[in-house]
Write a protein that binds this ligand. Structure first.
Ligand code: ZN
Length: 158
């Protein structure tokens, strides 16, 4: 029997994010974007499907990243097409160049403030840590006690 993962990530969406993270990492900067998709249920178990990655102008440093004020109208524009297809923001993704995948206290606060639905995910990528020719990638959720890692797989969307 196939395992049911907590999250399924489109390979094309992830590649878009990875390219951005790689470019930013060359300048020793973080980067971020939003994950668009939906939540489904299989045999009573809920899972998140990530179908697209959208982003806008980032305001990054080596250890933090956020959107600018202007980014929000850019993001809204990027999201409209997906909104019409009844897709939702299922979470966000950002990079931690060289320092590994975890949620900082700032990341936890961001999750609580902007991604507070129980299904919302936070994906972290370290584009400088390569394992089996892939960047280190982890997916998390936040609860009252802190955060925990969830299972995910990357599906071929080409
Ligand atoms: Zn972070």
């Amino acid at each position: 029997m196939h395992e049911i993962y907590d999250a399924y990530i489109s390979s094309t969406a992830l590649e878009k994010a990875e390219k951005l993270f790689e470019l930013a990492a060359k300048q020793n900067l973080e980067a971020l974007g939003l994950l668009v998709g939906n939540v489904y249920s299989n045999k009573g178990k809920e899972y998140v499907l990530v179908e697209n990655f959208i982003t806008a102008k980032n305001l990054p440093t080596a250890v933090s990243v956020k959107f600018t004020k202007e980014s929000f109208s850019e993001l809204t524009k990027a999201y409209m097409r997906h909104f019409k297809e009844k897709k939702i923001i299922v979470g966000w993704i950002h990079s931690h160049p060289t320092y590994g995948c975890f949620l900082s206290q700032t990341d936890i606060n961001t999750q609580k403030r902007f991604f507070s639905a129980p299904f919302n995910i936070a994906m972290v990528v370290d584009p400088m840590r390569i394992q089996n020719s892939r960047m280190q990638e982890k997916v998390f959720r936040v609860n009252a006690n802190g955060y925990y890692e969830i299972s995910f797989c990357i599906y071929d969307s080409k």
